[in-house]
Design a protein around this ligand. Structure first.
Ligand code: N01
Length: 484
């Protein structure tokens, strides 16, 4: 170990992926680390999203790090605050919270003489041998292109910018959007509000995931028996990735048929045929990210709930006006209108050798090699880069898989005479051609709009099974990389 070069490493983002990366770097013997975080707290999406009803619809015993399984999860799918507390606890217990430089948004990165020079909102951050971006996918809120938002005289905010000073109790509440977020909010607040109007542009398929409490006996077992805990983690991640996600990408037809039938049966629990018709999607199950809830259909059938499918024309001072001229009078409007998922680490300005920017490299589309690196940008690695498995895959396992692969590339930089490593243009082109060849066969290309699709119509997710993802990222193909 002594003759190995110690590298100066920057991690960008102190969310789930950045915390994991720091812990894994430490374990691998790297100790010159800094984590840059644009906010004043860690936790990424679990810090930003505090809306009522926030839960992770991935079972908690799968939505955790493989190396820090938690015996104390309270529910099969635990609430957001519990998940945030978990990440805080893991960061603290592994001593990586002290590496975080808060309120430091990296605004510029430029590569010269084998190193990245980083500038943040705090100023010059110096030189780094390696940069790992861990900037997440769902964190640039999209505000709807509906005119007149400032004309509305009540409270109006995005679901990821929840205004804690506003109580919904006894209010007339409007929610725009029918994604996972809106469905969780509706289910949680319906009994508190005077009335609720859900503005639906597109109906969604909903899989009836029960969210039971984890019993004290189960928790006791997980506390006393690490093997049982690990076995539950393995069982659930396998079920999610190998069965469920394989069904979604078209590699488990029986699993898919079952999933589809579950969603149809769930929809058929809606008693009023007119409401049921409005809630019936016109695209295939799984084309959009599948929503998990066994509460929403009951909530939307309550007497104080209404589903509005008329097209929104504009915000007006007392609510929302539809194209037919009717006005829904509201006190509070929640914009559950999703995220721009194609920005990655931008608006950061990234300049490779010779000043070529990532904007230039990604002018046509966001493309990398094996989801983690980009030709022309040496020693720059991404957790959650273009073509990562997103949506109904398990994100934390994706991040761990990518990190383990990236670590092998970085370890190459410790060898004498190696200062740069970067994927070749040819390997990257071949990888992306294979992606493009495969995409038309996936469920996401069967005719729906979704956040998987970028402005040019490219579908951004890993188009094969998770098993293949793990297999392909097990060991780098060294012919696909060049070093200097
Ligand atoms: O956002 P979305 P989300 N007028 O993009 C509608 C993760 N997540 O925040 O479908 C009217 O899914 C838009 O309509 P349409 C999860 O990965 C996870 O709900 O485009 N409507 C859609 O209905 C999820 O997929 C958990 O026609 C407008 C909605 O807004 C991802 O986050 C929980 C509109 C946006 O839905 C994003 O979910 C919550 C307009 N102008 C979220 N513009 C877990 O439990 C947009 N819409 C893990």
């Amino acid at each position: 170990m002594t003759d190995k070069r110690n590298l100066k490493i920057a991690i960008i983002g102190a969310g789930a992926s950045g915390i994991m990366a720091a812990i894994k770097f430490r374990e691998a013997g790297f100790d010159d680390l800094a984590i840059f975080e644009k906010a004043s707290d860690l936790g990424g999406t679990w810090r930003d999203n505090r809306y009522p009803g926030i839960t992770c619809d991935v079972p908690s015993h799968a939505y955790q790090y493989s190396f820090a399984t938690n015996p104390n999860w309270t529910r099969m799918c635990s609430p957001g605050a519990e998940i945030l507390a978990y990440f805080r606890g893991v960061a603290r217990d592994h001593g990586v919270d002290s590496l975080i430089r808060y309120d430091s948004e990296i605004t510029e990165a430029s590569f010269d003489h084998h190193q990245w020079h980083l500038t943040s909102t705090q100023g010059d951050e110096g030189l780094f041998d390696v940069v790992v971006t861990a900037t997440g996918v769902l964190h640039h809120p999209v505000y709807p292109d509906i005119p007149g938002r400032d004309d509305f005289e009540g409270d109006c905010f995005h679901s990821a910018r929840w205004d804690d000073s506003v109580s919904l109790r006894g209010k007339r509440v409007g929610i725009i959007g029918t994604g996972s977020t809106a469905i969780q909010i509706v289910s949680e607040v319906i009994d508190d509000v005077a009335s609720l109007v859900l503005f639906q542009r597109t109906a969604q398929w909903i899989w009836p995931l029960p969210n039971r409490l984890i019993t004290d006996e189960e928790k006791e077992l997980y506390r006393s028996d690490a093997t049982a805990r690990q076995a539950e983690y393995k069982r659930l991640t396998h079920r999610m990735n190998s069965n469920f996600a394989a069904a979604i990408v078209g590699e488990n037809p029986d699993g898919y048929a079952e999933l589809e039938q579950d969603c149809i049966d769930n929809l058929n629990t809606v008693r009023d045929p007119e409401l049921r018709a409005k809630l019936t999607p016109d695209y295939k199950v799984g084309c959009k990210r599948l929503i998990m809830s066994n509460e929403f259909y009951e909530a939307i059938q309550k007497p104080n709930a209404a589903l509005e499918t008329g097209k929104i024309a504009r915000f007006v001072p007392d609510g929302i006006e539809l194209e037919d001229g009717t006005v829904q009078a509201l006190d509070v409007i929640v914009l559950a209108t999703g995220f721009n998922t194609h920005q990655f680490f931008r608006p950061m300005k990234v300049m490779g050798p010779g000043g070529r920017t990532i904007e230039e490299a990604w002018r046509q589309r966001n493309e990398g090699y094996m989801t983690v690196a980009v030709p022309g940008f040496p020693n720059w690695f991404m957790i959650g880069g273009p073509t990562s498995p997103i949506g109904n895959f398990s994100w934390l396992l994706t991040a761990e898989t990518q990190f383990a692969y990236v670590l092998k590339l970085i370890e190459r930089l410790q060898q004498p005479g190696v200062s740069e490593i970067v994927p070749t243009a040819a390997a990257t082109a071949a990888f992306n051609q294979a992606v493009r060849d495969r995409i038309p066969q996936t469920i996401w290309a069967t005719g729906c709009s979704s956040w998987y699709i970028d402005a040019s119509g490219n579908i951004a997710s890993w188009p094969w099974t998770f098993d293949k993802f793990e297999q392909d990222l097990k060991e780098p193909d060294w012919h696909a990389f060049e070093t200097a």
